[in-house]
Design a protein around this ligand. Structure first.
Ligand code: DAH
Length: 342
């Protein structure tokens, strides 16, 4: 039996050397290692041999099986390598075939609105300045004339962090302090866009995360007339020359005097709807002349310099511009909504 095994091994290996294809290799495997192969029946019959022959025959049969299996695996690998180099040699890329279409992405409607806002203010000489979303209580409130325990803090439901005195900014107004401290005593004309956070119930007009675009101009002889001119120009450029704008007296601790700017509600044409709280008007921004103390906190002498500031909500702007009746759509990631702005 040992002799037969040797011959079998030799023939098998000899034949394997001549194999050049995957199909040939499979045929070889079935012939020499398959269920009906001679080697398999020898292995099965070892048990029936007389006890003294069994160990030698068994060992030899197993050795041959392992040798053939190893040779088989090496051949598989060799064929695979040959195939790869054949492909590299023979297959060429047809550069004349049409490419596969990659669908282009598009900007989120809020990103587009922000860019529209930047463009309008850029024409009026305002630069974009980015300021941090995580702020100190000092910048977000105190330097804006809102000391601890001041009732005005109720206007901004705040997300505090576990670090004392550090919070998520509730508005972009702390950027005013940063801008003034960076540019003092030079003149300033900046817009400060970015995300803000408030601990608030979601309604048709409120989200807990939203954008604001703050504006700040500081210089000699900056007046309320400049403020009205800049904001009216903005509203007309953004929504069309026929839009109605109204300035309403208001209160903000960091401006004096303060005004809220409303536009007629495009969604209901001033008739009253959910978006405008059934008033026909939608507030698009808060504004005012920079409070003397805030100028001082920024490093400017209020007897020499003056300034105006405003803060608007680009979501509101987009809602009006595109007649969207719920703020929640912007960040719900519903493609049926988002794709309408492709
Ligand atoms: N920071 C105010 C808010 O979030 C908005 C605002 C009002 C900004 C008046 C201003 C301003 O710069 O002058 O409600």
């Amino acid at each position: 039996m040992t002799g037969e095994l040797r011959r079998l091994e030799e023939t098998a290996l000899e034949e394997l050397r001549g194999v050049t294809s995957t199909e040939g290799l499979e045929g070889w495997r079935i012939a020499y290692l398959g269920r009906r192969a001679r080697l398999t029946s020898i292995l099965r019959s070892v048990g029936h041999l007389p006890a003294e022959q069994r160990p030698t025959a068994g060992q030899e049969a197993n050795r041959v099986r392992l040798a053939l299996e190893q040779a088989y695996h090496e051949k598989v690998e060799a064929l695979r390598r040959e195939e790869v180099s054949r492909q590299l040699r023979e297959e060429q890329i047809d550069v004349t075939l049409p490419g596969r279409l990659v669908e282009p992405g598009y900007l989120h409607v809020i990103t587009r609105t922000l860019r529209d806002i930047y463009a309008i203010f850029a024409e009026m000489g305002f630069q974009v300045l980015e300021t941090p979303e995580v702020e100190t209580d000092v910048n977000n409130f105190q330097l804006l004339n809102i000391p601890p325990f001041h009732p005005a803090r109720d206007m901004w439901s705040t997300f505090h962090t576990t670090r004392e005195g550090v919070l998520l900014r509730t508005h972009t107004s702390p950027g005013q302090i940063r801008a003034m401290r960076a540019y003092c005593p030079g003149p300033i004309r900046v817009i400060l866009p970015g995300k803000c956070y408030r601990y608030e119930q979601v309604t048709a007009r409120h989200e807990s995360m939203f954008y604001q675009v703050e504006g700040l101009a500081v210089g000699y002889h900056v007046t309320m007339g400049d403020l009205k001119g800049v904001l009216t120009n903005f509203a007309r450029k953004m929504f069309g020359a026929e839009r109605k704008v109204r300035f309403r007296c208001s209160y903000f601790p960091f401006t004096e005097p303060s005004a809220e700017v409303d536009m007629d509600c495009i969604i209901c044409q001033g008739q009253g709807c959910r978006v405008c709280d059934f008033t026909g008007w939608v507030e698009i921004l808060g504004s005012g002349m920079v409070h003397p103390q805030v100028l001082r906190n920024g490093g400017y002498d209020p007897s020499v310099y003056s300034g105006f500031a405003f803060g608007m909500g680009p979501e509101r702007v987009a809602m009006l511009k595109y007649c969207i009746d719920h703020v929640r759509y912007f960040y719900a990631n519903d493609l049926r909504f988002l794709q309408q702005f492709a």
